[in-house]
Design a protein around this ligand. Structure first.
Ligand code: ZN
Ligand code: FE
Length: 255
């Protein structure tokens, strides 16, 4: 059945997302950076929070969970990873599990690298991907807990989704990502087009999200680490894709 999605800002540059099932009125928050803006968004729509789907244990993704749980008595769904301590969890999920939000079905993809517990939620019928801090528009998350091959593998899982899926990521980092990407991928026409679009959206103070996964596959250099042209650009001809990805990520860290 039909889903409605709302996008808003939390903290400095986190995205808050609500996904609402029109049929049953169930509403999930994807992560909970802070309670205030999520409560406001719910009130604007007249929606009741039934679920929180957590992607990973970082404070800017779980900081609002306790307050929301207290207020709405909602179900809290979080990655199955005993190495992390996310509080107030009702359901632990792992790769391939399907979470119901009313009649909507969110498929869990384990996408470790940024953290070891990181999962993404895919709503296939809605052609929607919530990738949090694994895949950003024109970028990807920092690799804090995992390894470069692990993160590259996670990005490949997301890249395998269809081109017409919409990417909803964890942060509004797109302008900074574009700036970096142009330094390593300056001749990419898809990137140049995205750069122009992002400049326009930011000038109008609009979010750059969602973007289409097909556009990301063409314009996001972090999804193209296995292309010979990208390796050549980094003077890494013939190198392993995960190594090229690692070099890209390290250059971005220093940019
Ligand atoms: Zn994070
Ligand atoms: Fe984050």
């Amino acid at each position: 059945m039909a889903a409605e999605i709302r996008t808003f800002t939390c903290l400095n540059d986190n995205f808050g997302y609500l996904i609402h099932d029109v049929e049953t009125k169930a509403t999930a928050s994807i992560d909970a950076p802070e309670a205030g803006p999520i409560i406001k968004a719910l009130e604007r729509e007249g929606w009741q929070l039934t679920d929180i789907l957590i992607t990973h244990h970082h404070g800017d993704h779980v900081g609002g969970v306790a307050e929301l749980k207290q207020k709405f008595n909602c179900r809290v769904v979080a990655p199955h990873d005993k190495t992390t301590k996310i509080a107030n969890v009702d359901l632990r999920v792992a790769n391939g599990d399907v979470v119901k939000v009313g009649t909507l079905l969110g498929r869990v993809l384990e996408t470790p690298g940024h953290t070891l517990d990181h999962v993404s939620y895919v709503f296939d019928t809605e052609k929607t991907l919530f990738a949090a801090d694994t895949l950003f528009s024109i970028g990807c998350g920092r690799v804090f807990e995992g390894t470069y091959p692990m993160m590259w593998d996670s990005l490949l899982k997301l890249r395998a989704l269809p081109d017409d899926f919409k990417l909803y990521c964890g942060h509004e980092y797109t302008a900074s990502n574009v700036k970096f990407a142009l330094t390593v991928d300056p001749d990419n026409a898809a990137l140049q087009a995205r750069a122009a679009e992002v400049a326009r959206l930011r000038a109008e103070n609009k979010p750059t999200i969602p973007s289409l996964l097909g556009d990301e596959k063409r314009a996001n250099v972090f999804l193209r680490a296995d292309e010979p042209a990208v390796a050549a650009r980094l003077h890494m001809k013939g190198a392993d894709a995960a190594a090229v990805f690692g070099e890209l990520r390290e250059r971005k860290n220093k940019s």
